[in-house]
Ligand binder design. Structure first.
Ligand SMILES: N[C@@H](CCC(=O)N[C@@H](CS)C(=O)NCC(=O)O)C(=O)O
Length: 200
C-alpha cells in the first residue's frame, strides 16, 4: 500500500496513527508530498489533490481519512478500531473529532489565504463558535478513567483534533479551560502511535 501524506495534516496523521495501532505500517510506503503544490504523483491517484490518499495493494485509491480508517480496520483484525459492541458511541466521537478538525483546519487555511481578518467574517465566527461548542462537549464526554489499553477510531479522531488545535490555534486555550479534557488528551497522546506522528 502507499499513503500520500504530509507532517502537518490532521487527517493524514489520523491515517498514520491507525496504521501504527493496527500494526500495518510495515505494509505501507509513505509518500511525503505537498498537496498545495499540485503534486503530480498525488494528482495521478487522487483527482481531488488532497491528502491523505491511500493506494491499496490492488491499486485502488481511497480518499477521506475516515473511509481509510474503515478499510484499514478490515485489513487486519488486530485491535478493532470500530468495535461492534459500541459502534454508535465510537462513530459519535469520530464525528465530533472530524468536525473539530474541519473547523480548526478551515480556520488555518482561511487565515493563510485571506489573513486573520477572515476570522471576523460570518463563516469565521461560525467556525469559532463550533470549536468552542465541540471542545466543551468533549470535556463533558471524555474522561481519563474510561480509557482502555486499546484505542478506538473515535478516541483517535478527538485526540488528533485537540492536538491540532493546540498546534495551530493555541489562542483557543482549551487546555486551560478544560483540565479534565487536558488529562484525557495527555493520556492518549502518550501512546507510541501519537508520539511517532507528532505534528512538526
Ligand atoms: N475530509 C478530508 C480532508 C482532507 C484535507 O482537507 N486535506 C488537506 C490537507 S490537511 C489537503 O490536502 N488540502 C489540499 C486542497 O484542499 O487542495 C479527509 O478526512 O481526508
Amino acid at each position: 500500500m502507499q499513503l500520500f501524506l504530509n507532517a502537518t495534516s490532521p487527517y493524514a496523521r489520523l491515517a498514520r496513527i491507525i496504521l501504527l495501532e493496527k500494526d500495518l505500517l510495515d505494509e505501507v510506503t509513505l509518500r511525503w508530498c505537498d498537496p498545495w503544490a499540485d503534486d503530480k504523483a498525488l494528482l495521478e491517484v487522487n483527482p481531488a489533490g488532497r491528502i491523505p490518499a491511500l493506494v491499496t495493494n490492488d491499486g485502488t485509491t481511497l480518499s477521506e481519512s475516515m473511509l481509510m480508517a474503515v478499510y484499514l480496520d478490515s485489513v487486519s483484525s488486530h485491535v478493532p478500531m470500530l468495535p461492534a459492541s459500541h459502534l454508535a458511541d465510537v462513530l459519535h466521537l469520530a464525528g465530533l473529532g472530524q468536525n473539530l478538525m474541519d473547523a480548526a483546519f478551515t480556520t488555518v487555511i482561511a487565515r493563510k489565504h485571506y489573513g486573520t481578518e477572515i476570522d471576523q467574517s460570518e463563516l469565521g465566527r461560525r467556525r469559532r463558535r463550533a470549536i468552542q461548542r465541540i471542545t466543551q462537549q468533549l470535556d463533558s464526554e471524555l474522561h481519563e478513567s474510561q480509557l482502555a489499553p486499546s484505542i478506538t477510531l473515535g478516541e483517535i479522531a478527538c485526540a488528533v483534533a485537540l492536538d491540532y488545535l493546540a498546534f495551530r490555534l493555541p489562542e483557543v486555550h482549551w487546555k486551560e479551560a478544560y483540565p479534565q479534557l487536558k488529562a484525557w488528551h495527555a493520556a492518549v497522546i502518550a501512546r507510541d502511535s501519537f508520539q511517532q506522528t507528532a505534528f512538526m
